[in-house]
Design a protein around this ligand. Structure first.
Ligand SMILES: *Cc1c(COP(=O)(O)O)cnc(C)c1O
Length: 371
């Protein structure tokens, strides 16, 4: 960019490229001249917005002119009760993306510290680290997308301020047993924070074998991230939280923007945690859909990776970009993993409703037979 104002821009920022989200429904409608679209690309809740959330938003619509209460105490109370964790350990954010950003700015000093993660990993860890001028170190996942802890630990030194892991992982859906996470933690320097991003943990069965949320209070330097964007169906309202040692939480509260969680997100969060039928139905549809898609896709010669999340990663029997293009023509949006992940044969498919999953399988049968 040649404008004068951009000559004096931070060097880190010049090399950035914007986040690449999945294609939007409107984009695909327009490009392919279609009326109806099925979007299985962004791991959103297939049931839509909870009815109780819709009521809460209507009820609080006339409060939109008010600032929210700083720190959203009613929401914190609701989260503490639902997840059985202490209130003073919780920091809410405008999506868990914002909590990631706060953690990095609080923990890492530019020019001194480094941050460690696997490759590929969720893009925000890297974006926010580099924006803060923090060295970002990565080690590849194993070929089967499991975690090589020794390689991760090899990157850690006395200047490592944060290690990020995602479980269940995105885009593979893999989750390591919780004992492995505890073992990793025991080998980290005490000053280093282990951030366990559990954006998709709600979908895992047998939570006790995988989640650090019931145990993080036993350790000073573990932070668990959760989001309302996936299982709770509030992606568009932006709400997430981190659970961490109260002293660290206090530092995040000092630096955060005072009204980072807006009043509608706050009320929606409180409402959805009370909507047990919605949450139970979400889990049922996701788990049944995951099983159905795994069975059908395997029968179609896809290599399906086992997943504990609300998406599955597959390796296609034919070229991934071709398959993606043919699905778009038929109004189906999935997530190719070339951009951002550099995986040309792999695709990530969010679990839809039973009907959406069936439409996907029929389309794939048609495409593969026509080849
Ligand atoms: C979706 C997702 C998040 C959550 O993002 P929000 O900002 O809460 O919408 C965090 N981590 C991972 C790995 C994700 O896939």
């Amino acid at each position: 960019m040649s404008s004068k104002v951009c000559e004096a821009i931070r060097a880190e920022v010049k090399s950035f490229s914007p986040y690449t989200a999945g294609k939007s429904i409107d984009e695909v409608k327009e490009a392919y001249g279609l009326d109806s679209i099925i979007k299985l690309a962004s791991n959103e809740n297939p049931l839509g917005t909870s009815p109780r959330v819709q009521d809460a938003i209507k009820l609080y619509a006339d409060h939109a002119f008010r600032y929210a209460q700083v720190g959203t105490p009613h929401l914190i109370e609701a989260i503490a009760q639902y997840f059985h964790i202490p209130e003073d350990s919780i920091v809410t954010g405008n999506g868990s993306d914002e909590v990631i950003d706060m953690l990095i700015r609080v923990k890492a000093t530019p020019g001194k510290n480094n941050i460690v993660a696997f490759d590929p990993c969720f893009s925000m860890y890297k974006v926010q680290s580099r924006l803060c001028g923090i060295e970002f170190r990565q080690t590849p996942l194993r070929d089967d997308f499991t975690f090589d802890w020794d390689n991760l630990l090899n990157l850690v030194d006395e200047n490592t301020s944060i290690v990020f892991i995602t479980t269940p992982d995105n885009p593979s859906g893999y989750a390591p047993p919780v004992e492995e996470i505890i073992s990793l933690h025991s080998k980290l320097p005490k000053e280093c924070l282990l951030v366990v991003d559990e954006a998709y943990m709600d979908f895992a069965e047998n939570l006790d074998s995988y989640s650090m949320l019931p145990r993080f209070t036993e350790y000073e330097n573990i932070c668990v991230l959760r989001t309302f964007s996936k299982c709770f169906g509030l992606a568009g309202l932006r709400l997430g939280f981190g659970a961490m040692h109260p002293d660290l939480a206090e530092y995040l509260r000092r630096i955060r923007a005072p009204f980072n969680v807006n009043i509608l997100a706050e009320q929606a969060g409180i409402a959805v945690l009370k909507d047990t039928p919605f949450i139970e139905e979400t889990l049922r549809v996701t788990r049944e859909g995951r099983e159905y898609l795994t069975k059908e896709l395997t029968a179609l010669d896809f290599n399906v990776y086992p997943s504990l999340a609300n998406f599955i990663m597959v390796e296609a029997p034919v070229d991934g970009s071709y398959l993606n293009e043919e699905l778009l023509k038929r109004g189906l949006i999935i997530r190719p993993l070339v951009k951002g992940y550099n995986l040309s044969k792999h695709l990530r498919i969010s679990i839809g409703t039973a009907r959406e999953n069936q439409v996907l399988i029929s389309a794939l049968k048609e495409i593969l037979n026509a080849e």
